[in-house]
Design a protein around this ligand. Structure first.
Ligand code: CO
Length: 467
């Protein structure tokens, strides 16, 4: 590791080892008086274990960051999640594999771990509220519950059903009518399967909505939910579970890209669990769905598409940050003719990622605005508001600043889709620290910012928890 303090995006790939609590951060400008709650994010904050730099950004040890907001004042707190992976890391060990970092264990151990629960519990991707509980998640089915005020770890969420799973997503949906978390997981076996399930707010028992047998499961980071359907976009990045057990490779390296097979949308009826159809299109790769909704016999699916999965390779780490060049993306609108079977698409925006919408009111419905981060001239150097109805954009940027995921918070009692604020944790490279940025969602102009006492390593996702 270089000992030179960095003043650019590389600082965002520098470990943060200390846990902090500050009652009141310096605020420049003004946060709206109605804004009350906490922006909580989970971030891969520790990128070395022992003397070793972790191989991949997606393997960093999870820390929670909490910006508490009330009456225009902002507090800050950070705390590592007390996972098994964190305890191992404190001992300088990387014992349980992960996304792409090799635990260097024997073949026997690898085979054993593939078919046993000996997988990472490092929940560094996203968090969710389930009723009164809060969980942090990664892509193994081992979410960890935490206290959203103190950030203390409560413990693993123990499911009370008998479902077995190997991988899942850290991007569950919320079904407001049933008040349940909706997600999918894959079970690897001789006959593997995708399982779509709901878990009611007050329960730890998953309700199976649908099961789909699959020979070679695809790697899917998220999925879509419209009013009537659940949508798995199966990219042709697939693993053979039987080979996987013996290959001895880190998780993601078992997946093989076969673009000639194309991408398949598996569309499942939310009520009956029946497969409505399988719809094929040219190959693309994607992490994040944006939204999905029905429209006169058509299913509309908006997502962030890559030509191929080279983004995964690009995010392997060296001492400075990602090793590779970040490939371009397109915000695309796929339209499926549910009865005719045709799939068409159009581009809505270039080079955006980490999309958010007014989820509470617009998810599963036709909508107008997506908020994203963009890498224009450097690593995530813009926030972008995209009007998906006409492709027009508003952009925020500042010299030397690298904003993370923009999170929309609706102003209570308002109707307009963009009445509210957009919050983002921004790395200010020259200042050597991060700040919480609040933009007016309508004008996309800065309202205020609260300076964190140090840099916060780049992370993936977070949620605004209303007071
Ligand atoms: Co994600």
């Amino acid at each position: 590791m270089s000992q030179t303090p960095t003043t650019d995006h590389r600082l965002g790939f520098t470990s943060l080892e200390e846990e902090t609590a500050v009652d009141s951060l310096p605020v420049a400008g003004a946060l709206p008086a109605w804004l009350a709650g906490a922006l909580v994010r989970v971030t891969p904050a520790k990128l070395e274990v022992g003397d070793r730099r972790l191989d991949h950004w997606f393997d960093g040890i999870a820390m929670l960051n909490r910006f508490g907001i009330a009456g225009g004042r902002v507090s800050y707190k950070s705390r590592f999640i007390d996972s098994v992976a964190y305890r191992d890391a404190q001992e300088g060990e990387w014992r349980h594999g992960g996304f792409a970092t090799d635990p260097c264990r024997s073949l026997f151990k690898r085979v054993q771990s593939m078919f046993s629960p000996d997988v990472t519990d490092n929940p560094n991707v996203n968090l969710a509220r389930i009723g009164e509980r809060y969980i942090a998640m990664t892509e193994t089915p081992l979410p960890i519950e935490f206290d959203a005020e103190t950030l203390e770890t409560v413990g693993h969420l123990e499911y009370t059903d008998k479902l077995k799973a190997h991988v899942t997503t850290a991007h569950p949906h919320h079904d407001p009518e049933r008040d349940e978390l909706v997600n999918y997981h894959a079970y690897f076996s001789r006959v593997s399967r995708y399982v779509l399930y709901g878990m009611p707010a007050g329960s730890s028992k998953r309700r199976v909505i649908a099961e789909l047998p699959v020979k070679e499961p695809a790697y899917m980071h998220a999925f879509g939910m419209s009013g009537r359907h659940l949508i798995l976009a199966e990219y042709p990045l697939r693993a053979n579970p039987l080979k996987m057990a013996f290959a001895g490779k880190p998780f993601i390296q078992n997946y093989v890209w076969r673009p000639e097979e194309g991408t398949r949308f598996q569309v499942i009826d939310r009520e009956t669990g029946a497969l409505r159809g399988t719809y094929e299109t040219d190959a693309f790769f994607c992490f994040h769905h944006v939204n999905a909704f029905e429209r006169e016999g058509e299913l509309v699916i908006d997502l962030i598409a890559y030509d191929d999965p080279s983004i995964i390779d690009a995010l392997y780490l060296n001492a400075d940050g990602p090793r590779g060049t970040i490939p371009s993306t397109e915000l695309r609108r796929y339209v499926i003719d549910l009865d005719g079977g045709g799939v068409s698409w159009e581009k809505l925006a270039d080079d955006v990622e980490l999309p958010r919408i007014d989820y509470g009111r617009r998810n599963t419905r036709d909508y107008r605005y997506a908020y994203c981060s963009r890498s224009a001239d450097a690593w995530f150097d813009q926030l972008v508001k995209v009007d998906v109805t006409d492709g027009s954009q508003s952009v925020w940027s500042a010299p030397g600043c690298h904003p993370g995921e923009p999170i929309f918070v609706r102003q209570p009692g308002t109707e307009a889709e963009d009445a509210g604020v957009v919050l983002s944790v921004v790395l200010d490279g020259p200042a050597g620290r991060s700040f919480l940025l609040a933009l007016d969602a309508r004008s996309f102009e800065e309202l205020g910012r609260a300076e964190a006492p140090h840099h916060i390593p780049f992370g993936f996702h977070g949620q605004f928890l209303r007071a």
